[in-house]
Design a protein around this ligand. Structure first.
Ligand SMILES: NC(=O)C1=CN([C@@H]2O[C@H](COP(=O)(O)OP(=O)(O)OC[C@H]3O[C@@H](n4cnc5c(N)ncnc54)[C@H](O)[C@@H]3O)[C@@H](O)[C@H]2O)C=CC1
Ligand SMILES: O=C(O)C(=O)Cc1ccc(O)cc1
Length: 365
């Protein structure tokens, strides 16, 4: 029986704890600044025991996972490095940034503390252990960032501990990691939040904005509902890459201003067409795409009982719908229903069932 200490018992820490429990005989101890969170985690069976202080237990466990917001991770690492007797466990984190954390890991390396950086490229805008799932990271890329004292054996040990996540491991340099995730994750987050703030500013004078900001606006800004603490920490640690991207984006916007001012239909068409061509070939079902849930789009007629027909046939087959959104229904016309499922298995089963009931379904819009 192995012992694991989880520091930060939230969405990602909880999901990893569940994935470890699936594959290993391990007792999981959990520490969180909010004792309520560890209590909830015990009640949900995510961890085995709550601890209110990790200084004693850290020296005795086999694995330590830090799953706190990234600025807190730096503080936790310093604290772990000061514990005596010196920690023997393999230490890993799950933070969305890697450079600052791996710099701090070098200080731990001086005491021969084995630290491997980690970042699962999947998750959700939700937070908290209540939303943790063993399969949250399944099929997603999972960055690992070794440091100067990391051995192949440590990397194998890391992958072995995390095998229950069913993630696809990718070893990377911390700065390269921050650059890549800056482009596909951190920068889009800044843009999503700025779009919301733009609408919010207008909504002060025009309350109708709030009612109109549905559909596409909600889709493009979903991630703006994530944890503000988590994202302010990420932006602080990936400042240099993000500032470069913000300046590039300003140039891009200047270009857009020129197109719009000029109003040349061909230039405008080409701008949208170029973006569409790249967007359309991005992975959807492929392994590694950030996909919090698996979606299915169902054409549905605007008539009494159409919606309950869909939900009833899926309920009969014990398939649970995680989320349901009506994207567009105009009187007398077809609308589109977006159903979100726990995973691709459920989504594929739902698609077969709905096809048998003569519904038109598709995996992308
Ligand atoms: N949410 C997501 O989709 C993803 C998040 N991450 C990273 O995972 C880490 C955790 O994020 P989530 O699980 O989403 O957040 P969360 O808010 O669900 O969980 C974080 C937990 O850490 C606790 N915490 C905060 N400061 C602490 C401290 N000093 N000591 C002990 N516990 C502390 C909080 O009370 C909370 O329970 C972050 O570093 C984030 O960048 C990585 C991949 C995806
Ligand atoms: O909700 C989403 O779509 C996400 O993008 C989740 C996410 C948030 C932070 C990460 O570092 C990785 C993935």
């Amino acid at each position: 029986m192995k012992n694991v200490l989880l520091i930060g018992v939230g969405l990602i820490g909880g999901s990893i704890a569940l994935a470890i429990k699936k594959e290993h005989e391990a007792t999981i101890f959990g520490y969180d600044v909010y004792a309520d969170n560890t209590q909830t985690a015990v009640n949900l069976g995510v961890i085995d025991e709550a601890v209110t202080d990790f200084s004693q237990i850290a020296s005795t466990v086999d694995l330590i996972i830090i799953a706190t917001p990234v600025e807190e991770t730096l503080k936790v690492m310093k604290r772990l490095a000061s514990i005596r007797p010196t920690i023997k466990a393999l230490v890993m984190d799950v933070g969305s940034t890697k450079k600052a954390i791996m710099n701090e890991a070098e200080n731990m390396a001086k005491q021969s503390i084995r630290f491997i950086g980690g970042h699962p490229m999947a998750g959700s805008h939700k937070t908290g252990v209540e939303s943790a799932k063993a399969h949250l990271i399944e099929n997603a890329f999972y960055f690992l960032t070794p440091n100067s004292i990391t051995s192949e054996i440590d990397i194998d040990e890391t992958k072995n501990w995390l095998r229950g996540t069913r993630a696809k491991f990718l070893v990377a340099d911390p700065d390269e990691h921050d650059f890549l995730t800056g482009i596909v994750s951190h920068f889009p987050h800044l843009i999503a939040s700025s779009l919301v703030r733009l609408a919010q500013n207008h909504a002060v004078k025009n309350p109708l904005i709030q009612q109109l900001a549905a559909g596409g606006f909600r889709d493009i800004t979903r991630i703006a509902s994530s944890s503000p603490k988590m994202w302010s920490d990420i932006v602080s640690q990936n400042k240099s890459h993000l500032l470069l991207l913000l300046n590039e984006w300003k140039d891009e916007m200047d270009e857009v201003i020129r197109f719009v001012e000029k109003g040349d239909p061909l230039e405008l068409f080409e701008y949208f067409d170029g973006a569409k061509a790249f967007r359309d070939q991005l992975p959807v079902r492929l392994k590694g795409a950030i996909h919090p849930f698996s979606d299915l789009y169902v054409d549905i007629q605007d008539r009494v009982g159409a919606l309950s027909h869909v939900t009833a046939v899926l309920a009969e087959s014990q398939i649970s719908i995680i989320n349901l959104t009506i994207l567009e229904v105009r009187e007398g016309l077809y609308g589109v229903l977006r159903l979100s499922f726990q995973d691709e298995d459920d989504r594929d089963k739902a698609q077969d069932i709905l096809k048998n009931e003569n519904f038109l379904t598709q995996i992308t819009l």
